[in-house]
Design a protein around this ligand. Structure first.
Ligand SMILES: [Zn+2]
Length: 340
């Protein structure tokens, strides 16, 4: 079996995906028409052209403008449903999906609008396809900790539907230490914790996410390689890193995919996983990320299988569910006679 066929056939988990970052140009256009929102673009093609940006901040500017077309419950249903349909195409059987409440509440769209939309789409796929989904509520780090605390409180009626809390948006100048209190409150409320760190920010931010926020998982974390002591800690404590190759390329964290360090991190024994981050903005869903890694770095069958098994091991599934999926990966490799 060719590696491309294997990538497509393997059941996978995706752990680093921003639902607002899966908004397609066509959905953005259709919703703008529906709500009669004027945009600086005259066609879907013009929106597609606008998806060219040079760094994290210019991407975020477009991202927040795009999110503005999401106005009613049905828009959020459509957004979630489109991503879950893409999961079906990529054979993603479990997804842990981030959403940014503040992107919506700050423009007057409340939890009572987006949560029912998200949950209706999730219920649909759980009933029809048996796919499992967990939601991660992310705080915007360029805003204050007080705003994050207010968001945590506003989410209270929805706590049963939210599994973890995260931290995203512009990393530079917004270190994890700024959110120590709200993360402690979230831990006490029973949430798992994740945080973006070490994407554009320095290894020090990863130290802070581990030591001050007590995260269960680091989103990105690729710059841990600059600090041998940090690498060793992440390895021995088996702290997963949710790496996003096409995102790193598009946001110029690396200049060329051949420079990506994910295989080095994998070979060093770190629990790294592959994810798509904001797939419609960064040029590819999960399988595209695996294929890009294979094309640039010659990802082997066994490395591919290990990355996929890591995606289950690093998830918030139960131990039994993790074992079931890892066994399914092994069985597929056996059946296809893939070299391991
Ligand atoms: Zn992200």
């Amino acid at each position: 079996m060719s590696i491309i066929t294997l990538i497509k056939a393997l059941p996978k988990a995706e752990l680093h995906l921003h639902i607002e970052g899966s908004l397609s140009p066509i959905l953005m256009w259709n919703l703008a028409q529906k709500h009669r929102i004027s945009m600086p673009y005259n066609s879907v093609e013009e929106i597609e052209q606008a998806y060219q940006f040079s760094d994290l901040q210019s991407f975020l500017d477009l991202y927040y403008a795009g999110a503005d077309v999401l106005r009613d419950e049905d828009d959020f249903y459509r957004l979630m449903k489109d991503y879950l349909d893409a999961c079906d195409r990529d054979n993603i059987v479990h997804a842990e999906i981030m959403f940014d409440p503040q992107t919506h509440t700050n423009r007057g769209v409340g939890f009572d609008v987006f949560m029912p939309g998200f949950l209706r789409a999730i219920r649909d796929v759980q009933e029809n396809r048996g796919m499992s989904v967990k939601l991660i509520m992310s705080f915007l780090r360029h805003l204050t900790e007080a705003a994050a605390i207010e968001t945590l409180k506003n989410a209270e009626p929805w706590y049963d539907n939210i599994h973890a809390v995260g931290l995203d948006s512009s990393e530079l100048d917004h270190p994890p230490e700024k959110f120590e209190r709200v993360f402690s409150m979230a831990r006490e409320a029973g949430f798992k914790l994740v945080a973006h760190a070490g994407e554009e920010g320095p290894p020090e931010y990863i130290w802070q996410a581990i030591n001050l926020l007590n995260v269960d998982r680091i989103d990105h974390g690729v710059r841990c390689q600059e600090d041998a002591e940090l690498m060793s800690l992440i390895k021995h404590r088996k702290i997963p890193l949710t790496v996003c190759p096409l995102s790193n390329l598009k946001l110029c964290v690396i200049e060329d995919m051949t420079e990506h360090n994910i295989v080095d991190l994998l070979n060093a024994g770190l629990m790294v996983t592959v994810n798509s981050d904001d797939p419609t903005y960064f040029g590819g869903f999960l399988n595209d990320n695996f294929i890009a890694l294979h094309n640039a770095l010659g990802l082997t069958h066994s490395q591919c299988a290990q990355l996929v098994k890591n995606s289950f091991a690093a998830s918030f599934l139960t131990d039994e569910e993790k074992r079931t999926w890892c066994n399914a990966v092994d069985k597929l490799l056996e059946q296809t006679g893939s070299p391991v």
